[in-house]
Design a binder for this molecule. Structure first.
Ligand SMILES: Cc1ncc(C[n+]2csc(CCOP(=O)(O)OP(=O)(O)O)c2C)c(N)n1
Length: 322
């Protein structure tokens, strides 16, 4: 393992923050304290954390309708994300974006996206910028198995491979697209094989194993940075909640979910390995759990008190105006 104790603790913190952030949102919506349409990322934490641990400030990320985890892992401020979800002026997009449009260009976060597949060409464009300007940066597109059936996926991979762009396409295969099993709509067992059509690298990671994702993302990012072109990295994982908050989840079996939530859980596996190997102490992880809980409580109470956007500012920061 080439991660220091400090890096391991930061990685655990990222995953714990993502899990607790999503659980807090579920609690707030259920209690009627938060409105809007939310898609939660819990269960898939190792993908966002494992990939983003390999990135730095030169790099870009684009995400999906299920994007809170990628935003947190790329360094978007949690307090500003919470304020955004509450529609407050202090939000990361001044309260005008909400869950599916969180973007923070200073953090290299190109945006969540309500249009399935639409983040893929954005990351491809960012990769073209990195190559043209020789910044040394790479761009990551996170998207789901459903998005890999969209035309934008195929067009982007073709262009990126042909131009050897520094991009990594991370498909999070969580077995479901809305309420439909992936196997019902995707005729290949591994989405990674689609890379062959575009003459590009591919790899498959256990998306619930932080270390496997970290290692394979590292290889893909290194290939991209060194001019070898893009990689399609498939991470096999599972989402804990339904498609959206409020989804009755009556279309998948309890046993299926229980199996992923116990021995395959990303946080449990991280703890078993790092504590078992003597790299970190479980007391350090419990301290992080408490800090994360406190940070989220503070973020919620501040967001609840923060001002709503001024109606006079409705046309600020928009591109199209009369
Ligand atoms: C272009 C487009 N088509 C359909 C939808 C409706 N829709 C929203 S999420 C979703 C499923 C996406 O599945 P996947 O890419 O596997 O991501 P996951 O939700 O599993 O994270 C669909 C069909 C949409 N938002 N945009």
């Amino acid at each position: 393992m080439n991660l220091t104790r400090e890096q391991l603790l930061v990685s655990y913190r990222t995953m714990r923050m993502i899990r607790s952030f999503e659980e807090k949102l579920d609690e707030l919506v259920t209690a009627g304290k938060l409105g809007g349409f939310l898609h939660l990322y819990a269960g898939q934490e190792a993908v966002a954390a494992g990939v983003c641990r390999q990135l730095d400030e030169r790099d870009y990320v684009s995400t999906t309708h299920r994007g809170h985890g990628h935003c947190i892992a790329k360094g978007v401020r949690v307090k500003a994300m919470m304020a955004e979800l509450f529609g407050r002026q202090t939000g990361v997009c001044k309260g005008k974006g909400g869950s599916m449009h969180i973007a923070d260009l200073d953090a290299g976060m190109l945006g969540a996206n309500g249009i399935v597949g639409a983040g893929i060409p954005l990351a491809t464009g960012a990769a073209l910028t990195c190559k043209t300007k020789r910044t040394g940066g790479v761009a990551i597109a996170f998207f789901g198995d459903g998005a890999s059936n969209q035309g934008q996926f195929h067009e982007s991979l073709n262009m990126a491979s042909n131009w050897k762009l520094p991009a990594v396409y991370v498909v999070e295969n969580n077995g479901w697209g809305e309420f439909t099993p992936t196997a019902f709509v995707v005729p290949v067992a591994d989405i990674a094989v689609r890379a062959t059509s575009y003459g590009m690298r591919s790899d498959i990671a256990d998306g619930n194993d932080f270390f496997d994702v970290y290692e394979k993302a590292g290889q893909a990012i290194e290939a991209a940075r060194s001019g070898q072109g893009p990689t399609l990295l498939e991470c096999k994982t599972y989402r804990y909640y339904g498609h959206y908050v409020g989804d009755p989840l009556n279309y998948r079996s309890r046993a299926e979910a229980d199996e992923w939530k116990t021995e395959r859980d990303a946080l449990v596996r991280f703890e078993t390995r790092t504590v078992g190997d003597g790299h970190v102490e479980s007391s350090e992880l419990r301290r992080i759990d408490t800090e994360v809980t406190d940070e989220l409580e503070a973020a919620v109470s501040e967001a609840e008190r923060d001002p709503l956007p001024d109606p006079a500012a409705v046309l600020e920061d928009v591109y199209g105006q009369e």
